[in-house]
Design a protein around this ligand. Structure first.
Ligand SMILES: Cc1cc2nc3c(=O)[nH]c(=O)nc-3n(C[C@H](O)[C@H](O)[C@H](O)COP(=O)(O)OP(=O)(O)OC[C@H]3O[C@@H](n4cnc5c(N)ncnc54)[C@H](O)[C@@H]3O)c2cc1C
Length: 471
């Protein structure tokens, strides 16, 4: 049966497009290589607890704010959203000192200006930028680090403002102010956790897709887009199946997408070379901790801990007997009842070099040395987290870890990249993608196009759907 639209990849971007197009009456089919829907948003269950993989909090969900509109369109406002502490939704610890980031632009300024009085004017200018979010044409070429250095004099404040940005790749040479401002802005407006796991988002979108007659097929990996007379006619999967449609959307990293059409005359060699030459953002090491009951009181914020005031330096990971990490993000799950949390997540960026020795291995078959490496890294994350949660190690019942290799093997993200293709302010237009491609019925969506994170991906999905509807 020929569908109207086939969407490759069931990450948040793919599901968002599928839901909107199914609601608009299109016959959609989503193809997902994994056994579970959701990509970075999927959760996993161990015993009586379910853990998130790539989702912890969102920003800008209050009425009138950007994510509120996007989630309203996607039917996600009914989920049990839980507001984080207005006086400090993120708490940044650098060395011995902790700084609270408050919600709301003015409270944000006031809290930080109390500690950095000489920087009040810079803070006002900074929040004005976050409030207005100038368009790409205006700030696309501006480097985030250079902007911070020209706005603030105190290097500690620059570190504090950037420290909660483990939700992007803080790369001094390339991170565009555009990305920094877009990701940061929503969280300062308002910050929210889900009372439950990211699977609730996936389930809600999938239910809506089914209700509108859409189809979702897991364990189906696309390996080729078959082109005839300059248009894609079907996808061919690794299991030998083919699926036909009028329109195709890829929610997969564009580097992989263009490899599915190696001989297309419509894709200029220069574009191919440009896409292949792009680099991907760093991957993450995650530790999901199941805690003993009544051991840790729920904290209604995220904690970011840096051993040194070196936020903009590449992460420093040492391996061996004295394995250590120099930064960690700590989130926790809203309890279903009572005052104690059962789950804490720890995240630290992990350079691919650390995983490279096992690059040729498969999930579950990587050997004892890999297991040792993960165990030591998890202990190092817990040790750093203990700086702000004393005794955390003693509270742990079980822990589960993932490395960039895990991500690579589940989502096919190159080198386990967490946030997709790297954006570079020195060549911004060459590192951003339009949902349109040179093949008239092939479209792109997902975190590699413009801005990553749920808000960025939802914005891009909205653009992709607009282009498809226009087509
Ligand atoms: C550790 C971590 C923490 C994060 N925390 C947050 C957070 O707290 N808040 C926030 O807003 N964002 C967060 N993010 C970012 C956010 O999760 C992502 O930006 C977003 O979910 C990406 O969605 P996507 O649709 O672009 O891609 P993905 O989720 O990567 O989906 C792509 C899908 O395509 C599938 N696929 C790949 N190749 C094929 C193929 N050949 N055939 C079929 N299917 C294929 C993959 O299996 C995958 O399911 C986090 C990310 C990570 C990694």
């Amino acid at each position: 049966m020929k569908r109207d639209v086939i969407i490759v990849g069931s990450g948040f971007g793919g599901l968002a497009c599928a839901r909107q197009l199914a609601q608009a009456g299109r016959r959609v089919l989503v193809l997902e290589r994994q056994a579970q829907l959701g990509g970075c948003l999927q959760s996993f269950r161990r015993g009586d607890l379910s853990f998130d993989t790539g989702f912890h909090y969102v920003g800008g969900l209050d009425e009138g704010q950007q994510l509120h509109d996007l989630f309203s369109e996607l039917g996600l406002l009914h989920l049990p959203w839980h507001r984080l502490d207005p006086n400090g939704f993120d708490r940044v610890t650098i060395g011995e000192e902790t700084f609270a980031l408050a919600q709301g632009f003015q409270p944000f300024v006031e809290t930080l200006a109390a500690r950095f009085p000489a920087e009040r004017e810079g803070l006002q200018r900074f929040v004005k930028l976050l409030e207005e979010l100038p368009p790409l044409a205006e700030i696309g070429g501006v480097n985030a680090y250079d902007y911070l250095c020209s706005t603030f004099r105190d290097p500690l404040l620059i570190n504090v403002l950037s420290a909660a940005s483990m939700k992007m790749e803080l790369r001094r040479e390339s991170l565009p102010l555009f990305t920094f401002a877009h990701v940061f802005s929503g969280f300062i407006k308002s910050s929210w956790r889900l009372r439950g796991d990211g699977g609730l988002i996936v389930q809600s979108l999938a239910d809506d897709i089914f209700r509108c007659g859409g189809e979702l097929l897991c364990n189906t990996e696309v390996q080729e887009l078959v082109e005839r007379d300059g248009r894609i006619v079907c996808v061919r999967c690794t299991n030998g199946e083919t699926y036909e449609a009028d329109i195709f959307i890829s929610d997969v990293n564009p580097q992989l997408t263009y490899r599915w059409i190696p001989a297309s005359q419509r894709v200029k060699p220069m574009l191919r070379r440009r896409v292949e030459a792009m680099e991907n953002t760093i991957g993450m090491f995650t530790v999901s901790l199941a805690l003993k009951p009544d051991a840790l009181r729920y904290f209604n914020h995220n904690k970011y801990v840096y051993r040194h005031p070196n936020v903009w330096e590449p992460p420093c990971v040492t391996l061996g007997e004295t394995t250590s990490v120099d930064r960690v993000m700590i989130g926790c799950r809203v309890p279903e009842s009572g005052a104690f949390t059962r789950q804490v997540d720890l995240i630290t960026p992990l350079p691919w070099d650390v995983c490279a020795p096992w690059a040729d291995t498969r999930v579950g078959h990587r050997g004892e040395d890999y297991r040792q490496m993960k165990r030591r890294l998890a202990e190092a994350c817990v040790a750093l987290a203990e700086q702000v949660i004393p005794g955390l190690g003693e509270m742990v019942l079980r822990s589960y870890t993932s490395t960039p290799l895990t991500w690579r093997d589940y989502t096919l993200s190159p080198q386990g990249s967490a946030y997709g293709l790297r954006k570079d302010c020195s060549k911004i237009l060459l590192t951003l993608f339009s949902p349109r491609t040179s093949i008239p019925n092939l479209f792109l969506t997902g975190q590699s196009l413009m801005v990553h994170g749920l808000e960025g991906v939802a914005m891009t999905a909205r653009e992709t759907v607009r282009e498809v509807v226009r087509c």
